[in-house]
Write a protein that binds this ligand. Structure first.
Ligand code: 8DG
Ligand code: MG
Ligand code: MG
Length: 138
């Protein structure tokens, strides 16, 4: 059987200079800090996937969502993802809940420049890239 890359969607939610991350549990990358997100479903838009995954995992509603960038993540011989990074905006005082405690230890707001290690590979690739989430900000 031939192998194919899958599509993962990671969602960047900022509060000032901090981004929402959670420590993964159970599946690959367990123990690493990652953005909320998941698999793009067949026929689903990137925007809908971002809203759905964030709601399922944190209970947060995205008021708006837009595409930021993408990375190519080869986890190993059997796992290859194209990661689409979307950026979402939530209400100012909204706080995430741990709605999938089997998959995430807890959510925290981490400074973009010092996200706790180890970082989930797709997010580490983004941190290593030229992407600047604050470009254009005042
Ligand atoms: P699902 O099967 O319910 O759709 O997804 P999930 O249960 O939320 O799984 P997940 O592991 O959080 O996400 C599925 C895959 O998406 C993950 O194994 C690898 C890929 N993925 C990326 N980038 C990112 C990211 O930044 N965050 C998350 N959570 N997953 C990502 O390629
Ligand atoms: Mg999910
Ligand atoms: Mg997930």
């Amino acid at each position: 059987m031939s192998k194919h890359p899958r599509v993962g969607v990671g969602v960047l939610i900022f509060r000032g200079d901090k981004v929402l991350v959670g420590k993964r549990l159970g599946s690959h990358g367990s123990g690493t800090f990652a953005l909320p997100g998941g698999h793009l479903e067949f026929g689903e838009s990137w925007e809908d996937c971002a809203q759905r995954e964030v709601l399922e995992e944190t209970g947060l509603h995205l008021k708006s969502v837009c595409f930021e960038t993408a990375v190519n993540t080869v986890f190993g011989a059997d796992s290859h993802y194209v990661t689409i990074f979307m950026r979402g905006v939530v209400a100012q005082d909204a706080e995430p809940q741990v709605l999938e405690p089997d998959k995430c230890v807890g959510w925290e707001w981490a400074p973009w420049q010092s996200i706790p290690q180890p970082v989930f590979m797709p997010l580490q690739l983004l941190l290593n890239s030229a992407y600047d989430p604050f470009k254009g900000a005042q």
